[in-house]
Design a protein around this ligand. Structure first.
Ligand code: PLP
Length: 453
C-alpha cells in the first residue's frame, strides 16, 4: 500500500514537469507492464516496455538497457557460413564436440591471446556463452555429491543465476565492490571453507560494472580454487575489451588476464557475441583445462554414463541441451578466429569504438550531476568499455530507472545483478552512436535541471 502511495506522489510530480515524453504515455505503459516496479524488471522486460513507449510517443529513446552489439558483424564469418551452407552442411548433424577446424583455431586463439595451452580436443563449441554456462553448471555442480552449487562473484549477468535456479542448483553470491585486492582472499575463503562450493563464476571484464580483476586478484582466485578444489568458471564474454591495454596482437604480451595462469581447475567461456559482434548467430566456446577435462569424478555417474569431466560435458550436458552447434556458425567462428590468430583481423580494435563512446557518455553523465558507481580497479580508474554504472543523488536505482524513462533514456537497475549498490543503474553504450551524443546531452541536462537540489 505504502509503495503505491509513493509511486502516486511521484507520478503527480512528474506530471507537473515538462518532460520529453508525454508523461501520460509513459505512465500508461508502466502500469500496463504488469510489473510491480519497472525498475526491478529484467532486461527483456525493460526492452518490451521501452519499445511500447517509443511506438506510441514516436520518440526514439537513448537505449542503454540491453547489451546488444552496435557494430556490423565481420564479413569473414558470414562468408565462411555461406560457404558451409553451399557445401550442404545444413542437412547434416554436427558432432557435439565441434568441427576440427574450429577446435584447432580455438586452441590457437587461447594460446595467442591468453598465452595458455589447451588441446584442441578440450575446446568445445556452445550455443553462445549462455549455453556454455548452463552446460558447465550441469557438470561442475554435479561432480561432488557433498558440494552444492555455484558461488557468484557479483555483480553479474542475472540470467546465469536463473540457469542455476532452473537446474535446481543452489548458489551464493557477494558483491565484490568492498572486497577488491587483498580483501578478496578472506571474503572468498569465508564461502569456500564451508566446503560446499562446486564452482565459482565471474565475468571479466565484468557485466554490469566493467570492473576488471587485476592479476593479483586472479592469482588469489586461482590459489583458492586449488586449496578448496573448486572449479572456476571464468566468463570471458568481453574478451580483450579492457581497452586500457592492447590485448590485440596475437602471440605478444600483454595478454588478456586469466585465472588459467594460476590454476588448472578452470573452464573458460568465450563468446563471439560482443568481441566479434556475432550475437545473433549464437556461438561461443567452452575451454576446459587439459587437466580438468580428463579428471574423473565418480559422483558424475549419478547423472552421466561416464565419470570423466570432459566426456560428461560432451555426451551428457551438450548432448542433452542442443546436440551440438550448427555447422555453419562453427565454420563462421573458425574463420574469424583464424583471421585473428594470423594477425589479419584485429577484433579488439574493431570494438574499441565502445571505449570511445563510454568516455564521452560518462562525461555527459558526470557533468550533469550523476556519479559513476563502480569507479575503480583497486587504485586505478575503471576502463571505458561496453558498460558503465551510474547513480543520481537522492534516487534509488529502481526509482531512477523509472524517472529517466520520462526523459527518453533507458537502462537496467543494478539491483537485479546482485550488486549491493542499490542506488545504481547499468548503462550499455553499444546503441548510442556518436551522432546520438548531443541528444543524450540535452536529455541529461533537462533531467538535471528538474532534479538538482
Ligand atoms: C557476462 C556475460 N556472459 C555471457 C553472456 C552471453 O553471451 P552469449 O551471447 O555468447 O550467449 C553475456 C551477454 O550479454 C554476458 O554479458
Amino acid at each position: 500500500m505504502l509503495e503505491n502511495i509513493g509511486s502516486y506522489i511521484k507520478v503527480k510530480n512528474i506530471m507537473n514537469k515538462e518532460t520529453l515524453i508525454d508523461s501520460k504515455i509513459v505512465k500508461k505503459h508502466i502500469l500496463g507492464s504488469g510489473l510491480k516496479k519497472v525498475g526491478n524488471g529484467s532486461i527483456r522486460e525493460v526492452v518490451r516496455l521501452v519499445n511500447r513507449i517509443e511506438n506510441e510517443s514516436g520518440i526514439d529513446f537513448i537505449r542503454m538497457e540491453m547489451g546488444v552489439p552496435g557494430l556490423e558483424p565481420p564479413k569473414i564469418g558470414i562468408l565462411a557460413e555461406i560457404e558451409a551452407l553451399k557445401n550442404g552442411f545444413a542437412s547434416k548433424y554436427a558432432m557435439m564436440e565441434g568441427v576440427s577446424v574450429l577446435k584447432e583455431e580455438a586452441s590457437r586463439f587461447v594460446k595467442m591471446f591468453l598465452d595458455i595451452d589447451v588441446q584442441p580436443h578440450h575446446c568445445l563449441p556452445s550455443v553462445g556463452a549462455m549455453q556454455g554456462a548452463i552446460a558447465t553448471f550441469l557438470v561442475a555442480n554435479r561432480s561432488d555429491k557433498n558440494k552444492e552449487g555455484t558461488l557468484f562473484i557479483d555483480p553479474g549477468f542475472p540470467v546465469q543465476k536463473q540457469q542455476c535456479k532452473v537446474l535446481g542448483h543452489t548458489y551464493e553470491s557477494f558483491d565484490v565492490y568492498d572486497y577488491r585486492g587483498d580483501k578478496l582472499r578472506d571474503k572468498l575463503e569465508e564461502y569456500l571453507k564451508k566446503g560446499k562450493t562446486s564452482s565459482v563464476l565471474y565475468s571479466n571484464p565484468n557485466n554490469p560494472s566493467w570492473i576488471c580483476f587485476t592479476d593479483k586478484e586472479l592469482k588469489i582466485i586461482g590459489e583458492l580454487a586449488n586449496k578448496y578444489d573448486a572449479i572456476i568458471v571464468e566468463d570471458l564474454a568481453y574478451f580483450g575489451m579492457d581497452f586500457r591495454k592492447d590485448y590485440s596482437i596475437p602471440g605478444k604480451a600483454p595478454f588478456q588476464p586469466t585465472v588459467a595462469k594460476y590454476t588448472d581447475n578452470y573452464v573458460l567461456l568465450v563468446s563471439s557475441s560482443k568481441a566479434f559482434s556475432y550475437a545473433g548467430q549464437r556461438i561461443g566456446l567452452i575451454i576446459v583445462s587439459d587437466k580438468l577435462f580428463v579428471r574423473r569424478y565418480p559422483d558424475l555417474k549419478r547423472y552421466y554414463t561416464s565419470d570423466g569431466f570432459g566426456y560428461s560435458m560432451i555426451f551428457g550436458a551438450l548432448y542433452a541441451l542442443s546436440a551440438g552447434v550448427s555447422h555453419s556458425t562453427q565454420y563462421g567462428l573458425a574463420a574469424m578466429l583464424k583471421a585473428a590468430n594470423d594477425g589479419e583481423y584485429n577484433f579488439v580494435s574493431n570494438v574499441s569504438e565502445y571505449g570511445k563512446r563510454a568516455k564521452i557518455m560518462k562525461k555527459l553523465f558526470t557533468d550533469n550531476g550523476f556519479k559513476i558507481v563502480y569507479d575503480k580497479d583497486e587504485d586505478k580508474p575503471i576502463a571505458d568499455g561496453f558498460y558503465f554504472t551510474f547513480s543520481y543523488p537522492g534516487f534509488s536505482g529502481v526509482d531512477l530507472l523509472e524517472e529517466m524513462l520520462y526523459y527518453g533514456i533507458s537502462s537496467i537497475s543494478l539491483d537485479i545483478t546482485g550488486s549491493h549498490r542499490n542506488e545504481g543503474l547499468r548503462a550499455c553504450v553499444s546503441q548510442t552512436s556518436f551522432e546520438k551524443m548531443n541528444i543524450l546531452k540535452e536529455r541529461l541536462e533537462k533531467f538535471n535541471e528538474h532534479n538538482k537540489h
